[in-house]
Design a protein around this ligand. Sequence first.
Ligand SMILES: *Cc1c(COP(=O)(O)O)cnc(C)c1O
Length: 400
Amino acid sequence: MSDAANRPHVRTQAVWAGEGGVFMGRATQVPVVHSVSFGYDDLDEWKAASLGEVPGHIYGRNTNPTVAVFEEKVRVLEGAEAATSFSTGMAAISDTLFTLLEPGQRVVSVVDTYGGTNRMFSEFLPRVGVEATLCPTADHDAIEAAIDEAPRVLYLESPTNPTCKVLDLARLAARARSKGAIVVVDNTFATPINQHPLELGAHLVLHSATKFLGGHADALGGVVAGDKDLVESIFRRREITGATLHPEAAYLLLRGMKTLALRVERQNANAMTVARWLAARPEVADVFYPGLESHPGHDVAKRQMPGGFGGVLSFQLHGDFDVVKRFLPRLRWAHRAANLGAVETVVAPPATGSHVELTAAERAALGIPETLVRYSCGIEDVNDLIADLAQALEASRRGA
Ligand SMILES: *Cc1c(COP(=O)(O)O)cnc(C)c1O
């Protein structure tokens, strides 16, 4: 985000936001406070802190000083009034949905949401009498028609997993606001370096911090930021459901976030170069990346992702799944794993990863080819990534 005179650039905020406190022994780095409880000699002060009338931590399930710095950094990066954190991204998503939705109410979303989120819509919300209307992902007319039936919540992701479809967040948020719906956006794929859903009209933005925010695939976490009253009500639930972010994880995520801008800028650049290169390869049937001019969502992405198009792309190989089986093990510079957004490149075919529980026919119905490969660019040198892809593609074509 290139910003007005008095707000520092997001690159500066990633390093400094939340870090200004006076910590034990005048430490310049945020300490990991493992203490479960926080003691008060003055009973009046204890009571006031318990009631939230004065600042102060009481018990680790509720708040913790290390965790609070993590929340503050995300709050600033997302330009939000408030933020609260969770043990995982799915805890953030499920606590948010269960807080906002009551029996008899409806949520509108798209079919291409993250797998766990999709299970919320198909299984856990219907069980408590909440109906989910899942629209074809890039069909804005269908989504608007569903919004016009006045749901309580509009829940969006952009770009989506695994085929990197783009939703026009400003357009859909405006429509939802006109109908009185609460707009929630999962910004995990885009990151606050590339996209600011709150500026585009969302009430709440959430993240699996496990991915790009942490960036090192060594800590789970989740976070919700946005409207103060909504965040407060979600926090009140999380205090009780207990899906609290661990201080050690908060520290790892904070440490990762200092380099968020550096990493994401490199990952954006790597993904753009890799996508262009793959698009010209004979072994590749299709490349899905919003940065490509041929992508149907390119114009919208250019407008709503001023920082870049993200580090994740996917591509379809010619042939059958045996080609994928030959290709993937050949990659030298990639983990074959169910993750994304890490400093290392991570690859996974949806057929064995994110969409493994579906049949081939169900994947086809979602527009997910059997030979699709999701490629989450790390921060490696892009020439090494391309050389690696080249040798693996050639070997898989030879049938080696
Ligand atoms: C990974 C992911 C989640 C879930 O996050 P966890 O930290 O694994 O619980 C939610 N949304 C998106 C887009 C994700 O990639």
